[in-house]
Design a binder for this molecule. Structure first.
Ligand code: DI6
Ligand code: FE
Length: 401
């Protein structure tokens, strides 16, 4: 069989679907053709392969390329000054209610031209790529006008051309009510449903629609209006739910067949059951939990017992999770949320792919999927979770290159 490249003498963590473990292959081989995996498995069982190029991995480990399924990495400015206020005792909610918080990033993002936003986002995207990320989801949500939300989504499409990485753009116009609609959040929801969402859909700029369901953001009834508009335009939905309080957002999202429901610190038993019934992914964001110094952890044991797939992401954003490391996200999920090594690795590969509706495309070393690989200088997979702030990436392959 003709192929483009073979990676030999590798140890594989295939994360193959339907397996409870990492899918380890000690003497493994990966072959690619036309950017896809032709074979991944034991070298001894491989078909007869004629490769244009052979790469000797010298016993290194290969995992699927990492996937960050939840970021807000397109934005201008930073919130370091607000961080100092928080260190001095102010709460995130207090800062948000006094016009800082999300709205300060909105002012900076509106003032930035598209090219400036691309330039600001690239170092954050590059940090993820440097740790083996091959797929990244990016949300809008710091524009909050028709023009500025569309601008932010265009930035995501520009970033796609700028780096060898698969990007997914999510419209998060329902992130906060902008100052023009202070006291009239329903008026802003009207604008989203009537203008912003249809424009994003018709220009093909959004792959999904998200919203922030929270006491400081939007009610379940307001979120549901956004979900109905998304459905009318054929776009899948996701939701920031039960981050700071329990609003019943997870159950609402499950009713709309959401790809994922994210945060979930305050998720209750009914919410867990709703996610399980709907087959919805629970995306955990330990960076935000740590940075906000939260004390209530998401109900990981209940999610595990109910068989809800768990993804892990950075939530890279300037206010609550200025994190650009999936390796550190894994360490935090293990140490703070008690995820196992297998759950952590599945959370940034197979389950993260599912949280983006990309489970047939990437996230596992399986024939037919995109040849997205991370090759690591490690002795065992647990090292990827165990270290804090150390990057053992040897090479990253995206779509076979
Ligand atoms: N939840 C969060 O943690 C971020 N957005 C959201 O919906 C916060 C965004 C910010 O503070 O800029
Ligand atoms: Fe977020």
């Amino acid at each position: 069989m003709r192929c483009d490249r073979i990676w030999t003498r590798a140890r594989l963590a295939t994360l193959a679907s339907g397996r409870p473990d990492l899918g380890v292959v000690e003497e493994g081989l990966v072959a690619s053709r036309d950017g896809r995996i032709l074979y991944a498995g034991p070298a001894a069982e491989a078909p007869d392969l004629q490769a244009a190029e052979i790469v000797d991995c010298e016993g290194r480990w290969i995992t699927p390329g990492l996937i960050d399924a939840h970021t807000h990495l397109v934005h201008a400015g930073d919130r370091a000054a607000e961080f100092e206020l928080r260190l001095a005792g102010a709460s995130y909610e207090e800062i948000a209610r006094s016009g800082g918080g999300i709205l300060s990033t909105v002012r900076a993002t509106r003032a930035a031209a598209e090219a400036e936003l691309v330039a600001a986002a690239l170092p954050r995207l590059d940090a993820l790529i440097a740790e083996g990320a091959t797929t990244v989801e990016i949300k809008s949500g710091y524009g909050l006008t028709l023009v500025d939300e569309i601008k932010s989504l265009r930035v995501v499409r520009s970033l796609t051309g700028a780096r060898p990485v698969r990007l997914r753009a999510t419209l998060l116009a329902a992130h906060a009510a902008p100052p023009e609609y202070a006291g009239d959040p329903d008026g802003y929801i009207d604008l989203i449903c009537r203008d912003i969402l249809p424009a994003a859909a018709s220009e093909g700029l959004a792959d999904a629609v998200d919203a922030f369901c929270e006491s400081i953001a939007f009610t379940p009834a307001q979120v549901e209006r956004v979900f109905r508009a998304a459905r009318a335009h054929g776009l899948p939905v996701k939701l920031h739910a039960e981050q700071l309080s329990n609003q019943g957002g997870a159950a609402l999202a499950a009713r709309y067949g959401a790809l994922s429901v994210d945060h979930l610190e305050h998720l209750d038993a009914a919410g867990v059951a709703a996610l399980a019934r709907a087959g919805c992914v629970a995306t955990l964001l330990p960076g935000a939990y740590l940075f906000l110094r939260e004390t209530k952890t998401p109900p990981v044991e209940a999610l595990r017992a109910a068989g809800v797939p768990m993804a892990l992401a950075t939530d890279c954003n300037p206010g609550t999770s200025p994190l650009t490391s999936l390796l550190l996200a894994m360490n935090l999920a293990a140490t703070l949320f008690r995820l196992t090594v297998t759950e952590c690795l599945a959370g940034v590969t197979r389950e993260a792919a599912r949280a983006l509706g990309l489970q047939d495309e990437t996230g596992a070393l399986e024939a037919g999927k995109a040849c997205d690989l991370a090759i690591w200088d490690i002795e065992r997979p647990a090292e990827l979770v165990y270290r804090m702030g150390f990057n053992p990436l040897h090479a990253r392959i995206w779509a076979g290159q």
